[in-house]
Design a protein around this ligand. Structure first.
Ligand code: MN
Length: 232
């Protein structure tokens, strides 16, 4: 039976239930997994050779993953998503910053590359690139320059910011545009690894040739899907 007292307390009761639900969501934990390479080591040949892919994925990427999971074990970061960790990366150690970045950046790099890649984007992504850079060629030149002029080791990115604006950036080491330490934050939708370990076996010191080769493997459908997901 409803009593008047019960009815009076109903809003309060609903608030308690709501806050319990919200704290359950906040406590939701993420289990970090070393994701499989989405294609065989030789899939991107002749643009990226099988030996480079094997060492890059199975040694470099795996080492970042192992170091990352070891660094967060038993700490408050253990169940957090990478995105959440990046949003407060300035409060964490260089070990967490470098290895969390190494995990995320490589996962993205493998995903936006494909043996069926190359060509150029169409639809909304093509229109947005044109609007932001003037033309696809101008975007390409901007991205190439970001990749070529990154001194030492790092990454080149195409990102979308919170206002839906596309921009190109570059970060050193394993930093990325999701981190709270970069000049301009955004969601990366295209990534190019310009560490020497990404190209040295095949291209030696010719970073420019490697950057040119990357355009043959970019999966524009994946980049477009990531743009859409970032804005959902
Ligand atoms: Mn790498």
């Amino acid at each position: 039976m409803f009593s008047p007292l019960y009815l009076r307390d109903l809003p309060k009761l609903l608030l308690v239930v709501l806050s319990l639900c919200l704290s359950a969501i906040a406590d939701e934990t993420v289990e970090h997994k070393f994701k499989p390479l989405p294609y065989p080591y030789d899939a991107l040949e002749p643009h990226i050779d099988a030996k480079t892919m094997e060492i890059h994925y199975d040694r470099h990427h795996r080492a970042y993953f192992n170091n990352f999971t070891a660094a967060i074990k038993g700490t408050p970061l253990a169940g957090q998503s990478l995105e959440r960790i990046f949003a407060n990366i300035s409060e964490n150690s260089d070990t967490v910053r470098n290895n969390a970045g190494g995990v995320y950046n490589h996962d993205l790099f493998w995903q936006v590359s494909s043996p069926a890649g190359g060509g150029r984007p169409d639809g909304d992504l093509a229109r947005r690139l044109e609007a932001a850079f003037g033309s696809f060629e101008a975007f390409r030149a901007t991205f190439n320059e970001a990749a070529a002029t990154r001194f030492g080791s790092g990454w080149a990115w195409l990102c979308v910011d919170a206002n839906g604006e596309l921009f190109v950036s570059s970060t050193p080491n394993q930093d990325n545009p999701l981190m709270d330490i970069v000049d301009r934050q955004g969601t990366p939708i295209l990534a190019l690894d310009v560490w020497e370990h990404a190209y040295y076996l095949q291209y030696q010191n010719q970073r420019g040739s490697y950057i040119e080769a990357f355009w043959h493997v970019i999966d524009w459908d994946e980049v477009a899907a990531r743009l859409e997901a970032a804005e959902r």
